[in-house]
Design a protein around this ligand. Sequence first.
Ligand code: IPE
Ligand code: IPE
Ligand code: MG
Length: 236
Amino acid sequence: MKENIPNHVAIIMDGNGRWATKRGKKRTAGHLEGSKTMEKLAIHAIKRGVKVLSVYAFSTDNFKRSEEEVNYLMNLFIKMFKSKMKIFDKEGIRVIFSGRKHPLRDDVIDAMEYISSNTKNNKNGILNICLNYGGQEEIVDASKRIINDVSNGILSIDDLNKDSFYKYLYQDLDPIDLLIRTSGEYRVSNFMLYQMSYAEFYFTDTLFPDFLESEFDKAIDSFQKRNRKFGNVITK
Ligand code: IPE
Ligand code: IPE
Ligand code: MG
């Protein structure tokens, strides 16, 4: 059944560290488990008819963490993008990225480029991986590109509106319909601020590594019961 499936779902994948600590493991073990969950969810979400799944993999502020944790995550990204390319490709998933390149390592950028270029013709759905991503940074970066285009005569100020603004974001995607945050935190932590203007929010105490397909389906069920109004007066 595909009716009323959210077109764009975004997930703040939180709670990896706590998942590991609770089991007496190092925080990095939680990141490894979380990466497996992310792969399963991407395949599942696209199979359910979601067209875009945005996942918050690493924020610009996550560079504040220990060098050991940051390095582990960067190496995990490289491993994942290289080893999972074929699986995502087989599922018809196009992998794209949002975020700043600087100060990512060259080998991380190469792995990102590897998976995105090898899946670029896929049509079933998009996995948008937000890596070294910040929502305020994205709006600032977009503003700079807009100012550039205006100064170079490529864009007329009158043609800038809330829809054309999307073209200046890291990726030109539809607005978010459903935003999920795991691990019992009730904040957006600088995620996709522009795109979430009318998103429905779904919060769960489940820690991200345990947020498997059936938990995702619960979020979809909840979304399907919502009454979206977009400022209008609508009764269901
Ligand atoms: C989310 O899990 C993954 C990243 C931010 C990279 P955390 O690492 O934030 O896990 P907690 O919040 O410390 O449990
Ligand atoms: C948000 O989680 C970033 C990612 C999930 C990648 P954080 O764990 O970094 O957010 P805060 O620090 O709790 O707000
Ligand atoms: Mg966290």
